[in-house]
Structures are given as structure tokens and as C-alpha cells.
Design a protein around this ligand. Structure first.
Ligand SMILES: Nc1ncnc2c1ncn2[C@@H]1O[C@H](COP(=O)(O)OP(=O)(O)O)[C@@H](O)[C@H]1O
Ligand SMILES: O=C(CO)[C@@H](O)[C@@H](O)COP(=O)(O)O
Length: 530
């Protein structure tokens, strides 16, 4: 059956991902190949010192992204989307969205990027004897409690961005297990919130006499393959402002971009791993055994089918790089040159390959916000060089690109060197890899591991949630997610692999040593530059 027929007979599956910079939609055929795409660029804002997106931005972004998808369908197949086989919603994880009983958002959405939660995260990590990162929802909730925020008495429900959008589309207050594992720790045996940690938290907040219990305000957890409800009439209108889309199609459990990244790279089995690099960067290795202890820089999450995963997460990846791309764009405008943004990325990235393996001594800190792995609660973008360093364009861009993955390397060195975690395959995805063979090569040098990239790398998260929605409706009886991915999606395709040579590995190591030493300069910038 051709793509037009698939769309017109309602067999296409839709995946939508709210990335921090790009909202992406992918339509896939029953064979899981992408048949149409759409995207919309949006930006987080700082309001009263906290990173947020408004509720209007969320719904406007969703509708614009869906319009872009419909336009793509129209131009490729001269048809429209009326019925879908299934839908999946994914988004940036963690953060804090708290609602009252009238479904009103009580305070602006606090995203994963906020680092105002140090006190809460530190106290909870010690109470649970489990690393609770600053960006997890429970850190945000507890920080609100410590800060005596007034909205707390009214809280009826807290969820993530994916959980919120899914709820409004279906009426169901549910979350996939991967996304839930970024709200509160999960017990991999019961595949539910960790009961003992819930008990400890309830005890901790008893003196505040809230009208709610934590268990009652968290979303219920669903594993991949379970139904997350169906698209309501109101939900269809929220998604498709043209009114063409019919209600009634099933939705898979909403998932976080960690889970969808694992699915899109076929990395849900122990000893597989993946790296996502877009606005933020994070690596996820599926573990064979628990780590020997809790580490402040390693977050424990789960695959969409509940297996334990060690994650290193970095708040800053491409945001500051984009500011430099804009400078080059402005320059092109000034000299009257043609402006094609993707060409600017491609030209500059490719030129970076000409640079020295240690970037000629240049160092770049791309911190537009705090960076927990290097111990910073604020950031100042900072370029550092000495007179004798080799300052040229290729080294400058290379230092920018190394900066997008250097913190990831620092965290992963613990996992590979101290914990001796073994991994057979690491696959990368995210916008940074849209230019082929550059960031991929640098990442291979940083992690001292071959890195594979699939054709879908640029839209990984949206494709991942489309696959989870497809798994819901297209799996065979009793087929596991792992079997589905291996037989019905990847069928042996592991992408294109790149391995770094010793010079590249040594060069990245040298850059990292300079970078670590220079962190005091970044600390001084934070202190003296307001
Ligand atoms: N042609 C390109 N080559 C390399 N990087 C690119 C290119 N186009 C966009 N990017 C980078 O990809 C980023 C977006 O990545 P993405 O994974 O979609 O982010 P998110 O999911 O956080 O919104 C952009 O901010 C930009 O830095
Ligand atoms: O925090 C996590 C994963 O733990 C992400 O959701 C968050 O960094 C946002 O990711 P993106 O940069 O939008 O891909």
C-alpha cells in the first residue's frame, strides 16, 4: 500500500515530541518508516529568574507543528489526515507542572533547565540514599515546600509536559514508566514508584499538613504496549485547529525524550547505550547490574519497559552554539550573502574537522544556565584563550563543538573508568548530528567508543514515540518491545559507525584537562559578570 493510501485508510501513526528548541511531528507507515514530517521552533524564556514556556506557547506550538505536518502531507500526497491508527506524545522530561482541581496550572511551568532546587535535591538524595537530580519533579515539588510557596495547598495533580499534553488530549492522568522515572524514583521490580521512598517523603512533609498525599497527586504509571486512552473530541480540536482530525484513536503512554531516544536508537537492552544531543545532551546506558553506589552526576532512570538505565545529563549543549550561528548569519546578511541556516551549520561543522585535535589550546564554556555535573548553579558563556594558542576559525568552531559534549565525557568517565560499565553499542541522535560525520566523530573521541548514527538521527525523539504508538497497535500477541524493535523496526540495521583514532582521543583528553583546569575561570565569570 502506498503512503497516500495508508493516510487515507487511517493506518498512519503519529509521533509528536516537544523538544526544548523544536517541536517535531512524524507520521509513520505500519512498517514504521517515516512518511511525513513537520516541526516548529520555539524557545524557553526566563520569567522571574526561572526557565519556562507558557501554556499558550505549548498549545500554539503543538498546533503549528501539526499544521506543518499537514502541509507536508498535502504537498507530498495531495491529501489530508482525517483518521490516525495511533498517536504518541513525548516531551522534555522532569520539571514541575502543578494543577488545581479545575485543571488550572498553579504556577508557570518550571522546566528541567532550572537549578533553583539544590537544597531540595541534596536533602532528598541523602534521605533516599539515591541521587535525586536538580531537575527531577520531586526536587521541584520539595523546593516549593521549602520555599513555602502558597500554591501548594491547592495542588491536585503534578505531571510532566508530555503527561500534561496527553491528559488534555485523552482525559487520562497517566505517564509511561520512563517519564515517570524522571519525576520520582522507580522500583524496577514492582515497576511503580518506589514505595519506601514514597513513605519517607510522606513522613518528611507531615509537619506541613497538606491536604494531599504524594501518591495521590502523581500520574499513574503505564508500561510500553499498554493503552493510554483515546483521543477525545476536545483533544482532536486542540491538536488539529482545522477540525479535520477525527477523535477516537488510541494513544500510547506518554514518554519522556530519554525513553523515546532509547527506542529510536534500539538501545533498550542491557549493554546498549545512546546519546541525545540537542538543546541539552544526555547519555543513557542500559545496565547489566546496579552501580556500586549512588553518584551525584549519574541519574538512574528506566527504559520504557522498566529496565534500569544510568544517565549522564548536561544542561548545556546547542543553545550557545546557536548564538554563534546567528552571528555568522548576521555577518552573511551584512555582506549581502545568501542565508541558508543549515548550510551555515554544515560549512562551519565541516571546517571544524580541519582544526587541531586539542583545538589549539582554545577552551569554550557554553553555559547559558547552571551545569550540575561540573557543580555550577549558574552559567556564563565564556571563550578562553592565551596569546600563544592557535586561534583560527576551525579551532574556534571545534572548541565550540567539543564544549557541547565535554561535560558528557566528564560524567561518562566515571561510569566507564570507575564503575567499569560495559557497552557493546552506542547510538547517537539529536539535531547536533544533522551534519554528518562531525559531532559523531568528536563524540567517538570523547567517549573512546565507536558511535553509530541512524538515518532518522535528526528527528530521533519524534520517531521514537511514533514507534511506541505503533507498538501499541501493530505488535503481535505477547510480543515484547525489544522483539518488536528488533524484528519489525530495525531488522539488523545498526546505522553508520564512526571510530576515533588515538590522536583524536588524546586530543579530546587534552582539551578536557584544559577545560577542567579552566573551570575556576568560569566560576569567576559567574561571580563577577552579572
Ligand atoms: N544542519 C545542522 N547541523 C548540525 N546541527 C544542527 C543543524 N540544524 C540544527 N542543528 C542543531 O540542532 C539543534 C536542535 O536539536 P534537537 O535535537 O531538535 O533539539 P531539541 O530536541 O532540544 O529541541 C539546534 O538547536 C541546532 O543547534
Ligand atoms: O532532562 C532530560 C532528560 O533527562 C531532557 O528531557 C531535557 O534535557 C530536555 O532535552 P532536549 O534538550 O529537549 O532534548
Amino acid at each position: 500500500m502506498d503512503a497516500k493510501n495508508i493516510i487515507e485508510t487511517g493506518k498512519a501513526v503519529l509521533g509528536i515530541e516537544f523538544g526544548s528548541t523544536r517541536i517535531k511531528a512524524i507520521l509513520v507507515a505500519p512498517n514504521n518508516q517515516s512518511i511525513a514530517q513537520g516541526s516548529f521552533t520555539w524557545e524557553n524564556k526566563i520569567v522571574d529568574g526561572l526557565w519556562t514556556y507558557s501554556v499558550d506557547d505549548i498549545w500554539n506550538g503543538l498546533q503549528e507543528c501539526y499544521i506543518a505536518l499537514r502541509e507536508n502531507v498535502k504537498s507530498k500526497y495531495n491529501t489530508d489526515i482525517k483518521v490516525l491508527a495511533a498517536i504518541g506524545i513525548s516531551a522534555m522530561m522532569h520539571g514541575y507542572m502543578a494543577f488545581n482541581e479545575d485543571q488550572k496550572l498553579l504556577i508557570p511551568f518550571r522546566t528541567w533547565r532550572n537549578t533553583n532546587t539544590v537544597k531540595a535535591a541534596t536533602e532528598l538524595s541523602s534521605l533516599f540514599n539515591f541521587n535525586i537530580p536538580l531537575r527531577w519533579s520531586i526536587s521541584h515539588l520539595y523546593q516549593c515546600i521549602l520555599d513555602k510557596e502558597r500554591h501548594l495547598q491547592e495542588v491536585k495533580f503534578i505531571t510532566t509536559l508530555a503527561g500534561y499534553v496527553h491528559w488534555q488530549l485523552t482525559g487520562e492522568k497517566v505517564l509511561g514508566i520512563g517519564d515517570a522515572s524522571g519525576m520520582f524514583p522507580i522500583d524496577s521490580t514492582t515497576k511503580n514508584y518506589d514505595a519506601e521512598m514514597i513513605r519517607k517523603f510522606e513522613e518528611l512533609i507531615t509537619p506541613y499538613h497538606f491536604s494531599w498525599k504524594l501518591q495521590d497527586i502523581l500520574p499513574s504509571i503505564l508500561l510500553a504496549g499498554k493503552s493510554g486512552g483515546t483521543l477525545t473530541k476536545e483533544g482532536a480540536a486542540l491538536l488539529d485547529s482545522s477540525g479535520q482530525l477525527q477523535p477516537g484513536c488510541p494513544l500510547c503512554p506518554p514518554e519522556g525524550d530519554a525513553g523515546t531516544g532509547m527506542v529510536a536508537t534500539n538501545a533498550i537492552r542491557p549493554r546498549t547505550g545512546n546519546v541525545s544531543a540537542g538543546t541539552s545532551s544526555f547519555s543513557m546506558i542500559v545496565l547489566e547490574r546496579e552501580l556500586s553506589k549512588a553518584y551525584e552526576v549519574i541519574d538512574m532512570v528506566t527504559t520504557p519497559d522498566g529496565a534500569p538505565v544510568a544517565m549522564v545529563h548536561c544542561n548545556n549543549c546547542t543553545s550557545d552554539l546557536n548564538s554563534w550561528i546567528n552571528i555568522f548569519k548576521e555577518y552573511q546578511y551584512l555582506i549581502g550573502a545568501k542565508i541558508d541556516e543549515s548550510e551555515i551549520y554544515e560549512k562551519l561543522f565541516s571546517h571544524a574537522l580541519e582544526g587541531d585535535n586539542d583545538c589549539g589550546g582554545l577552551i569554550y564554556y557554553n553555559y547559558i544556565s547552571g551545569e550540575p555535573v561540573t557543580g555550577l548553579t549558574e552559567g556564563r558563556p565564556l571563550f578562553v584563550r592565551s596569546v600563544n594558542d592557535k586561534f583560527n576559525l576551525s579551532n574556534f568552531i571545534k572548541s565550540q563543538l567539543y564544549a557541547t559534549i565535554c561535560v558528557l565525557k566528564i560524567g561518562n568517565d566515571i561510569l566507564f573508568n570507575d564503575e567499569k560499565v560495559m557497552v557493546d553499542r552506542i547510538t547517537a541522535h539529536g539535531g547536533l548530528f544533522k551534519t554528518k560525520n562531525v559531532a559523531q566523530r568528536f563524540l567517538a573521541a570523547a567517549l573512546k567508543t565507536p558511535i553509530s548514527i541512524m538515518e532518522t538521527a535528526g528527528e530521533g525523539g519524534a520517531w521514537g514515540i511514533a514507534l511506541l504508538a505503533s507498538f501499541l497497535v501493530n505488535k503481535e500477541t505477547n510480543q515484547t518491545l525489544d522483539e518488536y524493535l528488533n524484528h519489525k523496526v530495525f531488522a539488523g540495521n545498526t546505522g553508520i559507525e564512526v571510530t576515533a583514532n588515538d590522536d583524536e582521543i588524546n586530543g579530546f583528553n587534552a582539551y578536557t584537562e584544559n577545560y577542567k583546569l579552566g573551570l575556576s575561570i568560569e566560576q569567576a565569570a559567574i561571580k563577577f559578570k552579572k
